[in-house]
Design a protein around this ligand. Structure first.
Ligand code: FAD
Ligand code: UDP
Length: 379
């Protein structure tokens, strides 16, 4: 085999490792199970409208990490898109994340920041001084029980199909609560969407003479020459597929959440007036509706047609795409056992969202890939 390193998976983690190693003179062979590169950030133009659709769910780039921001700008420029989300609860639309606008609309009040803080603190008092031990307690701690039950509990239950008391608090620690009318979704210093789309960005990362990409190639298919059986022990391997699959589920299956997307092209110029509308109530079966034209108001899209996608969430079976680690206490124990098994494979480097069973955003996947190159692959 004509390669110094094999990278399994062409998502942002794998591509960052490959690009850095290729630029340092190493020959990199990438294998990808799907028929396209890019992992879950992949996007494509809907053929009848030309509207860019993120095939595996809406992807918004944001980061405060200077190194990552400098790195990604080598491959793409970014628009000045700023993400804003709205949510529908009992037939009424509120701004998300929860901010002074949401609070005052919900309580039909006109509180200033101090009064709103005092109100929510009083509604969170049931927890006392306890550190929130799970998502349910974290939700009540952040915003008090009434807002938690309106905007978080039902949505989270639909999304995770797990009792919020079994979910880690960290899932919604990421969700900001603001005592101003600022309804930007992200707090990060840098934010935007790739001017020419995600796929152009991802392809530029792989566009290096030292990188070869083999699509439609499964690492666990022994009939192809770059399989686990053929390469582990021969060259270093960077593996970004599901960690439990690598070990043939020896310690049991980790639980993942997957999504089903129902896409429709509608004969209207604008369906919902915004890119993402969440649906907070449990009696609406989908979690959100994405309307892709609103991600790129600067583009010349058709004015009489639009693309919407309804997103449904459920537990992943083995044959489904694993999207989100569920991370129950049982999963965390299994993961520790898988980490033990990893130490017996010194020349296999596990990375990315699937390979480490972690909820990583794009900038985190890129940042951790840059660190892996520094600390494990070129040190
Ligand atoms: P992936 O992109 O999943 O890439 C892994 C690749 O490995 C895949 O292409 C897979 O096909 C391949 N692979 C797996 N097994 C094998 C095998 N056996 N053989 C060969 N190839 C294999 N991040 C943000 O920053 N902002 C967002 O708004 C955002 N929204 C998201 C929405 C959804 C629905 C999802 C699922 C993720 C979202 N993310 C978002 C996270 C983002 O997708 C990840 O951070 C990023 O994709 C991580 O890249 P990765 O390389 O770790 O994994
Ligand atoms: N969340 C919620 N209501 C909302 C939006 C988010 O309860 O309207 C919670 C939910 O538990 C979700 C988490 O916050 O899993 C993180 O939200 P985010 O939008 O980051 O989810 P993702 O896009 O990663 O699925």
């Amino acid at each position: 085999m004509n390669a110094d390193v094999v990278v399994v998976g062409t998502g942002f983690f794998g591509l960052t490792v490959a690009e850095r190693l290729a630029s340092a003179g190493r020959r990199v062979l990438m294998v990808e199970r799907r028929d396209h590169l890019g992992g879950n950030a992949y996007s494509e133009a809907e053929p009848t409208t030309g509207i860019e659709v993120h095939r595996y769910g809406a992807h918004l780039f944001h980061t405060s990490n200077e190194r990552v921001w400098e790195y990604v700008n080598r491959f793409t420029a970014f628009t000045d898109y700023r993400h804003r989300v709205y949510t529908t609860h009992r037939g009424e639309v509120y701004p998300m994340p929860i901010n002074l606008g949401t609070i005052n609309q919900f309580f039909r009040s006109s509180h200033g920041p101090e009064a709103a803080r005092a109100l929510l603190a009083e509604q969170a008092a049931e927890l006392g001084d306890r550190t929130p031990a799970n998502l349910d307690e974290q939700g009540v701690r952040l915003i008090g029980r009434p807002l938690y039950e309106a905007f978080i509990r039902g949505y989270t239950a639909k999304q995770w199909q797990t009792d919020p008391r079994e979910l880690p608090a960290s899932i919604i620690s990421r969700l900001p609560v603001r005592y101003t009318y600022d309804n930007r979704y992200f707090n990060d210093r840098y934010e935007g969407l790739p001017v020419d789309g995600y796929t152009a960005w991802l392809e530029r990362m792989a566009d290096h003479p030292n990188i070869e990409v083999r699509l439609s190639t499964d690492f666990f298919d022994d009939a192809q020459p770059v399989s686990k059986a053929a390469v582990v022990g021969q060259v270093p391997v960077v593996y970004t597929g599901p960690v439990d699959r690598y070990f043939d589920f020896a310690e049991g299956e980790l639980s993942w959440r997957t999504l089903d997307f129902e896409q429709e092209v509608l004969d209207v110029g604008d369906f919902q007036g915004t890119s993402v509308m969440n649906y907070a109530d449990e009696d609406t079966p989908f979690t959100r509706i994405l309307e892709f034209r609103h991600f790129h108001p600067e583009r010349d899209y058709p004015r009489d047609r639009t693309v919407v996608v309804r997103e449904f969430s459920r537990f992943a079976q083995r044959t489904d795409e694993p999207y989100y680690p569920v991370n129950t206490p049982e999963d965390r124990e299994r993961l520790l056992r898988y980490r033990e098994l990893m130490t017996a494979e010194p020349d296999v480097h596990f990375g990315g969202r699937l390979g480490t069973y972690q909820y990583l955003d794009m900038h985190m996947a890129i940042g951790s890939a840059l660190s892996m190159v520094d600390n494990q692959l070129t040190a």
